[in-house]
Structure formats: structure tokens, C-alpha cells
Ligand binder design. Structure first.
Ligand SMILES: [Zn+2]
Length: 425
């Protein structure tokens, strides 16, 4: 590949780079030159001022393979990630079989090999996500998993969780919890509050999330020297506890999904089961706290929790419907429309939370837009107005409440591993 990206706006917070009207030449996958008015015999692509950022990384996606290939496969999930502007994703282990042993890790690695999008793998914390016996954490670490989690459920036993921390510490693995006190959420479908009462739907109280975050922070502090990450934080109290833990110097981090910073539980009234998530959409007060957490860095990363489901699992009543939505192809448009365009985050803060932080948390090599570095880039037009339609979806599943949404900001393409991909404009 020999490519000249002309007329771009480079933003790389890792080296405080923010320049417009610049050109970037990529040769053999490496950034060969950055400068103004570059001349080259490369294939030239005029990007009309589009933003070029370090490749975005989504640290929490469900690719459903092995086991539920009707919903998504590793191949279709990585295609959706690429079209959505990501150069890397981390797949969660609630597959069938779950990612509880090194054989499943190698199976997934083989399936992902050669794709432009890099795939990091999350292994389980306990055997088959049962929450009882520890998974073979050493073998998983040796097989190359970057973090461990029983995502989809929380580890119930504090004692088991303590042992998870002790083992993870030996391998410096990030421990990611799906924070849910299951005794308080059995049968619940949406946030417990005004909307659940009005509609008569069993509610999922915010405290059920916060109890687990609190317990885990205490355990992480007790064991010491561990890196703890709360997945898809959705409540004001959760954000506050992570902020306090960071202030005490603990290696505690968290992420938020685009749906949790754009929607509240009121979306259930218009979108029905397409607004059923786990954790559920919360209240405006929670969304405001999330915005503040994103701004002040309490929330380290934006992650989609991309959760493909067959339509029949959503086209049912709210209590029986599956939790979650696809997210890879709407994440950047939502981030640009709701965070950057509305002035809630600067472009540079947004890129930090979407690219640099997730790679750092997973212990992956950093990427930078510098001469001599591997070209790993996400390209988007932050001003482009467009409407998201079902036909745009590359994922095998279509469960999203955002079909028909007018966005400001569109993904132009990605460059990684010596390859480039561009969406049709
Ligand atoms: Zn989860």
C-alpha cells in the first residue's frame, strides 16, 4: 500500500498534535511523511479536511462465535468494526463454549487472523462463567488474553472474587466486572424508577450495580496491586465510586457505552425492547453524571457492548426480550453528535477515551501519528450530516434503536496492518 491522505486534520492527543490542512503519506503500512503540500507518486485521496486520529479501539464487544453464529461471527463482527471506524476490538467471553480455556482462544485467534481489525480477547474469570471455580487464568494469560471477565454476569462470591484478583495480579491482567448484584435484578427488564412504575415493568435498581462496584473496589484495595475495571457503568453512584477510588490512588478504571450517554429509560416508551439493555438505560441525572465522568477522566473509555441478537429475541414482550443492542456502527456517529458537536468533550478528549485509553488499559502497544510509526488510523468527518439506515449495517444483527437517526459525524475509513478501508460517502 502506498497512499497519500491529502488535506486532513490530524489529532493525536498522545503527542499533543492538532493540525489542519496537512498531508500524510503511508508506505508499506508505515507513516512515511507528514507535511504540507506533499508531492508523491502514491495513490492520492483528498479527504477534504476530515479528522485523522489514532485507530479507535472498542474494548467490549460480543462477537458470538463460537456458538451463536446466527447472530454474529468473528468475520462479520470485524467487518462491522471496520466499517464503524475501529482498528481494534476486544471480544467478551460469554460464547458457547465460553472463553475459559486456551483452545477457544486459539480458535478465535485463527478466525481473526489476517483481518485489518486487530482482535484482543477477554477470557473468563471463573470456569464456564459459573462463578464457583477459577478459570485456568495462567493458561489463559499464556494464550494471550488481555483481560478476564465473566461478563453477562457478576461473580457472586466475594471469596472467589478475591482469588480472581490474586491470580490476575500475578499475570498483570485487567479484571473486568459486569457489575450486577443478581439477587436484586432477577426478572428485571428496565431501570427501577418512574418509568418502570408507570409501565408496570420489573425494575433493575441502580444500587444493584453500585453494590458490586463497591465490593470490588474494597477487594482490589485489600489484595493490592491489581487493575480493576468496571464495565459499562451506568449510574451516578458508580461514577462517584470510581472517582473516589482513583483519588485514593487505586488502579480502578471504567467504561461507558454510547447508549448510556445518549438515552434514558424514557427511550423504553418509544423504542420498546430495542431500549432494553444490561445494565439498563438510567435517568437524566445518571446521564449527566456520566457526562461529568467522561469530562474529568473518571470514565476512562468508551466501549460499545456490541450485543447482536436475532430479531425474534427483540420482537417479543419487554420482560422476555434479550438485553442489549449492536453498537459498532453507531458508536462514532453518536460520540461525534452527542459529545463533540454538543461541546461536552473536546475532539482530543473524545479521541483519548476511544483510542488511547482502551489500548493502555489492555496493555496493548500504543499507536501514534508520527513519521516511522505503523499507520493505525481512524478517519472521520465530524461535520457530515447523514441518516443511519438498516441498509448501512454490516453486522449480522439489526437490533438497534438508532435506525433512522440523523447524525452529525460519519466514519470515512480506517488504516491498519498495511491495509486501508474507506466507506462510501
Ligand atoms: Zn456486561
Amino acid at each position: 500500500m502506498h497512499l497519500l491522505l491529502r488535506n486532513i486534520h490530524i489529532v493525536d492527543p498522545s503527542i499533543s498534535l492538532d493540525e489542519t490542512g496537512i498531508d500524510l503519506e503511508i508506505k508499506g503500512g508505515i507513516i512515511a511523511r507528514i507535511g504540507r503540500g506533499l508531492e508523491s507518486d502514491a495513490l492520492v485521496r483528498d479527504l477534504g479536511g476530515a479528522v485523522v486520529a489514532p485507530g479507535f479501539f472498542d474494548m467490549h464487544v460480543h462477537l458470538r462465535e463460537p456458538g451463536q453464529e446466527n447472530k454474529e461471527t468473528i468475520a462479520s463482527g470485524l467487518e462491522a468494526a471496520m466499517a464503524g471506524g475501529f482498528t481494534g476490538v476486544c471480544c467478551m467471553p460469554n460464547t458457547a463454549p465460553p472463553i475459559s480455556d486456551p483452545y477457544v482462544v486459539s480458535y478465535i485467534k485463527e478466525k481473526a487472523a489476517g483481518h485489518l481489525v486487530e482482535l484482543a480477547i477477554c477470557g473468563t474469570m471463573t470456569k464456564a462463567r459459573q462463578g464457583e471455580e477459577l478459570a485456568p487464568i495462567a493458561s489463559l494469560a499464556n494464550a494471550g488474553v488481555r483481560m478476564i471477565s465473566d461478563d453477562g454476569s457478576a461473580v457472586k462470591s466475594a471469596e472467589v472474587m478475591r482469588r480472581v484478583f490474586e491470580y490476575a495480579k500475578m499475570f498483570d491482567l485487567l479484571v473486568t466486572q459486569h457489575c450486577e448484584e443478581h439477587s436484586m435484578t432477577a426478572g428485571a427488564a428496565i431501570n427501577e424508577g418512574r418509568v418502570s412504575t408507570k409501565l408496570g415493568i420489573p425494575g433493575w435498581p441502580s444500587v444493584a450495580e453500585e453494590i458490586i462496584i463497591a465490593r470490588d473496589i474494597l477487594l482490589a484495595e485489600y489484595v493490592g496491586g491489581v487493575r480493576y475495571h468496571a464495565a459499562h457503568v451506568s449510574t451516578k453512584g458508580g461514577v462517584r465510586m470510581v472517582r473516589e477510588a482513583k483519588a485514593r490512588g487505586l488502579a480502578v478504571s471504567c467504561e461507558v457505552t454510547p447508549h448510556h450517554f445518549t438515552l434514558t429509560d424514557e427511550a423504553v416508551e418509544t423504542h420498546g425492547t430495542m431500549a432494553k439493555m444490561c445494565p439498563p438505560l438510567r435517568t437524566q441525572e445518571d446521564v449527566d453524571a456520566i457526562m461529568e465522568g467522561l469530562r474529568d477522566g473518571t470514565i476512562d473509555a468508551i466501549a460499545t457492548d456490541h450485543a447482536p441478537h436475532a430479531l425474534h429475541e427483540k420482537e417479543t414482550d419487554i420482560v422476555s426480550a434479550a438485553f442489549g443492542i449492536i453498537g459498532l456502527e453507531t458508536a462514532i456517529p453518536l460520540g461525534l453528535s452527542f459529545l463533540v458537536k454538543k461541546g461536552r468533550l473536546s475532539l482530543s478528549q473524545y479521541i483519548e477515551r476511544s483510542s488511547l485509553a482502551p489500548r493502555r488499559l489492555l496493555g496493548l502497544p500504543s499507536v501514534a501519528i508520527k513519521q516511522g510509526e505503523r499507520a493505525n488510523l481512524t478517519i472521520f468527518d465530524p461535520e457530515k450530516k447523514w441518516r443511519f439506515e438498516s441498509k448501512d449495517i454490516r453486522s449480522k444483527s439489526h437490533n438497534t434503536p438508532f435506525i433512522g437517526t440523523e447524525f452529525t459525524g460519519k466514519v470515512v475509513g480506517v488504516v491498519a496492518k498495511g491495509n486501508a478501508y474507506f466507506n462510501e460517502s
